[in-house]
Design a protein around this ligand. Structure first.
Ligand code: AMP
Length: 280
């Protein structure tokens, strides 16, 4: 595996691969890698000849300074994990390489999805995600981009980003299923920050999503959301939202006769967790 920190060194290396007709599969991450990330890389390895992974804890997508400060960094373990799955190239840019001093940031017109759910609770988050992903795509120019359904709204945002930046015809977005722990908890780098008791409590998010799916036709939508919300609150979660939304644009659902997804964001102390489940 090759490790490159500077875009200037990466570009000629990738150009050579492209001239040899080797397709590039790209997996952007913020590190603290777990099996969810590795599943994306395995997928990229099956579908392309070169797997490029980036690790960059992107400051512009954090809306909470403490969350950024405490975001887990486990680089040595990450490198071992990348070697174990046969990643070809790790791109590890520093903040100055991604955001050179005196740079001016673009504003991406990604439509109403930007301010729904995660966008509402973390204003500016998706502009930050778009800034980092657009820069990485410009540098790496992959044929395929691999992302996780765990971040359902982020996948919709990136699809929109590809459209508005004219990249959609050049890069295919491939979305991988959420990888879970045995007890249902969606794997997440933030799980490392849970105490033992919180870790035992955390799978309730997934059980609540299953409860919503199982009871979709037993209650009106508002009542079902309230039951789910109360269940989490009573177990000690600070709940940002329990939503049942249109699977395509995440507008709040008022009918059940179209593809829906249930989404939850809830915190245990300062650890904020998100998860989702397609319903029909
Ligand atoms: P992150 O490092 O959290 O920015 O995530 C990097 C990529 O891994 C994103 O596309 C995530 O959606 C994806 N990802 C994170 N957790 C999981 C999971 N449990 N299962 C599948 N993909 C995941």
């Amino acid at each position: 595996m090759i490790l490159i920190k500077q875009p200037a060194y990466l570009t000629p290396y990738l150009q050579k691969l492209r001239s040899e007709n080797k397709r590039i599969g790209f997996v952007p991450t913020m590190g603290a890698l777990h099996r969810g990330h590795l599943a994306l890389m395995e997928m990229a390895k099956k579908e392309t000849e070169t797997v490029v992974v980036s690790i960059f804890v992107n400051p512009t997508q954090f809306t909470n300074a403490q969350d950024f400060k405490h975001y887990p960094v486990t680089l040595e373990k990450d490198i071992e994990a990348l070697l174990s799955v046969g990643c070809h190239l790790l791109f590890l840019p520093g903040t100055p390489a991604m955001y050179p001093p005196a740079h001016s940031e673009k504003k991406y017109e990604i439509g109403p999805i930007e301010n729904r759910l995660e966008g509402f609770y973390r204003p500016g988050h998706f502009q930050g995600v778009c800034q980092a992903v657009d820069k990485l795509l410009a540098i790496i120019q992959p044929q395929k981009l691999f992302m996780g359904q765990k971040d359902y709204q982020q996948c919709l945002v990136i699809d929109q980003l590809l459209q508005v930046t004219g990249r959609k015809s050049k890069v295919e977005l491939i979305i991988a299923k959420t990888v879970r722990e045995m007890d249902g908890l969606a794997m997440s780098s933030r799980n490392l920050r849970l105490t033992e008791t919180q870790r035992q409590n955390a799978p309730l998010i997934y059980s609540t999503l299953l409860f919503i799916k199982q009871n979709l036709h037993n209650y009106p939508l508002e009542e079902l959301k309230l039951k789910a919300f109360t269940q989490l609150q009573q177990a000690g979660f600070l709940v940002d939202y329990v939503e049942i939304a249109d699977a395509k644009d995440l507008s709040s659902a008022s009918q059940k006769n179209k593809p829906l997804v249930a989404l939850i964001a809830a915190s245990l102390d300062s650890v904020r967790l998100i998860d989702n489940l397609p319903l029909n």
